[in-house]
Design a protein around this ligand. Structure first.
Ligand code: SIN
Length: 282
């Protein structure tokens, strides 16, 4: 099925497309949003350039994908409880989201999507990688698929203290460590397709297995799911927006500020994120 209201330019063979010809600051008519939604399902992560949005307009657009949920351990932007600010200071050697992950899989109902808006980005560096978890599942051997279907994995948020120490530009809020158990292979409620659902940042172990058994299987799945041909890479500019399907993608905010790592002044990067409520994976 084609697109009536927008121009769609795929970014890689695996996933990702840039959507042209739409101004997200204006109310979106149903035909335009229907095309955007179709591209979201077809490409799993969609990108827009040169969007001048107030925080309110950011929320209004995000709400077209569902209800916005707060983050459990990051404070919201003042006056906008639905938006968190992701900040990397020039002297910061860590980068929030630098390990491959899907957002908040330590919740019983991990988010369905996120709408990330670039407010300040460096001239180079600080790109984000995305991976297609349908492809990660579909390219496994039949034997591996049979073994994984029916298995569950435990996901944990980790200590919030580690968060406080690592991201000095961000505003944490005190929170208990969270944990949830999810199927290793989930079925997307809208597309009916199966996707791998484990990630290096939050998945701790396979349920009902010894750690020695679980660790090599998970390690293989992390390596497999981030094979370069399953990914795309987005080069941010100020006012770019990404919307990803958190059920069937992972992402990695590249930590490539080598100046900061050498102890010199590196780059500052500021993103605003609205996170869309999800459902219990099945
Ligand atoms: C995240 O939501 O994990 C951060 C992504 C990014 O800053 O590129």
């Amino acid at each position: 099925m084609g697109y009536q209201t927008i121009d769609v330019q795929p970014l890689s063979g695996a996933l990702g497309a840039e959507l042209l010809g739409v101004d997200l600051s204006a109310p979106l008519d149903n035909a335009t949003f229907s095309d955007i939604h179709q591209a979201f399902h077809e490409y799993l992560v969609i990108f827009f350039r040169d969007q001048k949005l107030t925080p309110q307009q950011h929320c209004d657009f995000a709400r077209r994908f569902g209800q916005i949920v707060p983050h459990p351990y990051v404070q919201s932007l003042e006056g906008y409880p639905e938006i968190i600010e992701i900040v990397k200071r020039p002297d910061e050697v860590n980068n929030w989201g630098e390990t491959w992950h899907a957002d908040m899989t330590f919740r019983d109902e991990p988010p369905n999507a996120a709408v990330l808006y670039a407010r300040e980005v460096p001239a180079s560096g600080g790109d984000t990688l995305f991976a297609n978890m349908y492809l990660a599942y579909e390219t496994l051997s039949e034997g591996m698929k049979q073994m994984l279907d029916g298995l569950e994995a435990v996901h944990e948020s980790g200590r919030s203290g580690a968060f406080y120490d690592s991201y000095k530009g961000m505003k944490p809020k005190p929170a208990e460590a969270l944990a949830a158990t999810h199927p290793v292979v989930r079925t997307h409620r809208e597309t009916g397709r199966k996707a791998l659902f484990v990630n290096r940042a939050f998945t701790r172990c396979l349920k009902d297995m010894a750690d020695e058994e679980s660790r090599p299987i998970l390690e293989y799945l992390y390596q497999h799911s981030t094979r370069p041909e399953f990914t795309c890479r987005f080069r941010w500019k100020k006012d770019s927006i990404a919307v990803w399907d958190n059920r069937v993608t992972m992402h990695n905010a590249l930590n490539d500020d080598f100046s900061a790592r050498r102890g010199a002044n590196g780059f500052r990067r500021v993103m605003h994120r609205a996170t869309i409520a999800g459902e219990r994976p099945a």
